[in-house]
Design a protein around this ligand. Structure first.
Ligand SMILES: Nc1ncnc2c1ncn2[C@@H]1O[C@H](COP(=O)(O)OP(=O)(O)O)[C@@H](O)[C@H]1O
Ligand SMILES: [Mg+2]
Length: 443
């Protein structure tokens, strides 16, 4: 077994009452939160080596309450103390930092650096590479912090391009397995005849063409994490062997009866509904339950609100670091379209559109045309009102977007896929989802 550094969570002792949003932000940044709002009879207990900050929340504080809290803190003068709210003059000299209210992400990151004592933040390559502050993305980050240290399988679900592989990597980097291999495998891309050999390895002469012994991807990932992408495409016989790895932690190379013990965390991903595949007999039910221990759902981009623009800006900035381009932002038409577009290809589609626009755009501000996003015909009045919520509006918007692009492409799937910057498979899937029958549309 490899010696791996222990990961201790950061803990915030909050004297007072955090708002629901502050609780959400702290969880998303991986902090454990302990709230003490009544100083009477309270005690501050610490585990050795905890990375702790104390926050004295003076926003609603009566002087007597604040004094009692300071008394409670007396024996813990070595802990980093920060103040939130309250009169600035009155608290001069007290605490390390006086924070603005409400507490925001930037301030939380500042605090993290303080409690880490200048050592490497354990987040680098972790949730920091995930751009997005919308409520669904904060929930994803909070789940990552919860799941990373627990050595159990994770099932990542979500549409194509939502960042499933990115979070799988983040999960690995945030776990005690970081520094060991992270091996991504696209189960859908391996030829069915080779899946077993690729995953579990083979001995020399195990089958025609096996001219030498070869270790499989599971053995290569020993001590680390294997990311099984498109797990729904795994052939049934390989599913049986995978089940054994998960149940017993052992495997046999093809052509060998020697049992090898391995220690690999499995993170699987799917964009298809695995429950449905189980119901149809295409996926083993027992394997499904083994994989679906911790579930991480990646929200579609169209549900992430302001994150779309945030991501777009992030991608332009990243592109500028590598290439000489004029583009540095977006004009009003682009921003409108970034919001209105239904993003069937999610973050991957956004990334590709932004890169292309950055290259073709002649001015500093990228416009809607460079993104190849055009003012869509408004949905017929009342069509959305039939639905009973925002979800229906979004589904409708996605359907309109697909249909419009199909029309523009003369109902040619390859062309439509090119325009949307998604795969052909995705176009077919979206057509099925929205009950768009290509055959009948073409006529
Ligand atoms: N939240 C995010 N912040 C920054 N980049 C992202 C984010 N989500 C996805 N990406 C980028 O979008 C692309 C698609 O992500 P990926 O993980 O391959 O999606 P999936 O596996 O779900 O199809 C990758 O280039 C990835 O780095
Ligand atoms: Mg992927």
């Amino acid at each position: 077994m490899a010696v791996v550094p222990e990961i201790r969570p950061r803990c915030m002792i909050w004297l007072g009452q955090p708002t629901p949003r502050e609780r959400e932000l702290l969880a998303a940044a991986g902090w454990e939160l302990r709230v003490i709002d009544d100083p009477h009879g309270a005690r501050i207990g610490l585990r050795g080596g905890d990375r702790v900050a104390v926050l004295l929340d003076l926003r609603e504080a009566e002087p007597a309450w604040a004094d009692a809290m300071r008394a409670l803190l007396g024996p813990h003068s070595d802990l980093p103390l920060v103040l939130l709210g309250g009169p600035r003059e009155g608290s001069r000299g007290e605490g390390l930092l006086q924070l603005r209210e409400p507490l925001d992400l930037e301030q939380i990151q500042q605090l993290a650096q303080i409690v880490d004592g200048g050592s490497h933040g354990h987040d680098r390559g972790g949730t920091d590479c995930l751009v997005g502050n919308s409520a669904p993305m904060l929930a994803v980050r909070a789940a990552l912090h919860k799941f990373a240290p627990v050595d159990l399988p994770v099932l990542v679900t979500g549409e194509t391009g939502t960042g499933k592989e990115l979070v799988a990597r983040a999960l690995h980097e945030m776990s005690t397995r970081r520094g060991r291999p992270f091996i991504p495998v696209n189960c859908g891309a391996l030829p069915a005849t080779l899946v077993q050999a690729e995953l579990f390895g083979h001995e020399k002469g195990a089958f025609t063409g096996a001219t030498a012994r070869r270790i499989g991807l599971f053995e290569a990932a020993d001590g680390g994490t294997i990311f099984l992408d498109e797990i729904g495409d795994l052939p049934l016989d390989a599913q049986t062997n995978l089940l054994r790895v998960l149940q017993e932690g052992t495997l046999e190379r093809i052509g060998s009866h020697h049992t090898i013990r391995i220690d690999v965390r499995v993170v699987a991903a799917t964009h298809v509904d695995l429950e449905e595949a189980v119901a149809q007999g295409r996926f083993r039910e027992d394997l499904f339950y083994r994989l679906d221990v911790l579930r991480l759902h990646m929200p579609p981009l169209r549900e992430r609100g302001d994150d779309v623009e945030l991501l777009a800006r992030h991608f332009v900035a990243a592109f500028r670091e590598q290439h000489r381009v004029r583009a540095r932002g977006f004009d009003a038409s682009a921003r409108r379209q970034l919001r209105a577009h239904a993003w069937p290809g999610n973050v991957r589609e956004l990334l590709n559109r932004v890169r292309r626009a950055a290259v073709v755009c002649e001015s500093e501000l990228i416009d809607a045309a460079s993104l190849q996003l055009h003012e869509a015909a408004p949905a017929p009045a009342g069509s959305a009102a039939h639905g009973d919520g925002l979800d229906d509006v979004r589904v409708q918007a996605e359907r309109e977007a697909i249909l419009a692009t199909l029309r523009e492409s003369g109902f040619n799937v390859s062309e439509c896929a090119r325009r949307l910057r998604v795969s052909r498979v995705t176009v077919y899937r979206l057509c099925r989802k929205h009950q768009l029958e290509l055959e009948s549309l073409r006529t």
